[in-house]
Design a protein around this ligand. Structure first.
Ligand code: FMN
Length: 181
């Protein structure tokens, strides 16, 4: 059976290197039913939630997380931390009853302009995902440094060492996703 894979990108910009990384990973994952859902959500505000409930976009995101067999989360590093869009998305989804992340296989990656490829932000992202009980894949780590130099015009990575790491990570995600299917 073809696993259902959900992609979440912590950068909202159209030409995001993290989205290119996400798309490259999906290619290397192999056959799957894939969708990316935007994290361009309203800023979490408890008054807004009390007044209007969970926004439709957030419910859609939570439903997609719940029904996915595996999830790939990518994000940039902003000032040594994870992006506001990503944290905001996690906060919103945590307000939806039912623990949608529970036992979900999750692969995390980062791309950034710095030399560590957003490693600090990636660890912060892993830390923020921990309370939700997902199956976070711990290795291999994929952190694309100097991101602007690493993708060709078609959005493909050019450095073989990243391919090897992404293939390893996607193989693990495939194994866990097929088990949870
Ligand atoms: C507000 C801001 C803060 C940033 N802070 C960092 C940082 O701490 N470390 C780093 O490696 N790059 C940093 N960058 C550069 C990003 O890594 C770079 O813009 C990257 O391409 C963003 O990801 P994207 O291409 O997916 O949008 C920062 C960029 C912005 C806009």
């Amino acid at each position: 059976m073809t696993p259902t894979i959900l992609g979440l990108c912590g950068s909202l910009r159209t030409q995001s290197y993290n989205r290119k990384l996400l798309n490259q990973a999906v290619q290397l994952f192999g056959p799957c039913s894939y969708q990316e859902i935007s994290l361009n959500l309203p800023l979490y505000d408890e008054d807004l939630e009390d007044r209007d409930g969970i926004p439709e976009q957030v419910q859609h995101l939570a439903d997609a997380i719940k029904s996915a067999d595996g999830i790939i989360v990518v994000g940039p590093e902003y000032n040594k931390g994870l992006s506001g869009a990503l944290k905001n998305g996690l906060d919103w989804v945590s307000r939806v009853p039912g623990g949608v992340w529970k036992t979900k296989p999750v692969a995390v990656m980062s791309a950034a302009s710095g030399r560590s490829g957003g490693e600090t932000a990636q660890y912060m992202l892993r830390h923020c995902l921990t309370p939700f009980g997902a199956q976070l894949i711990s290795a291999p780590m994929v952190a694309v440094a100097n991101a602007a130099q690493e993708f060709d015009e078609e959005g493909n990575l050019t450095n073989e060492r990243y391919f090897t790491a992404i293939k390893g990570l996607m193989a693990e995600l495939r194994y866990l996703s097929e088990k949870s299917h």
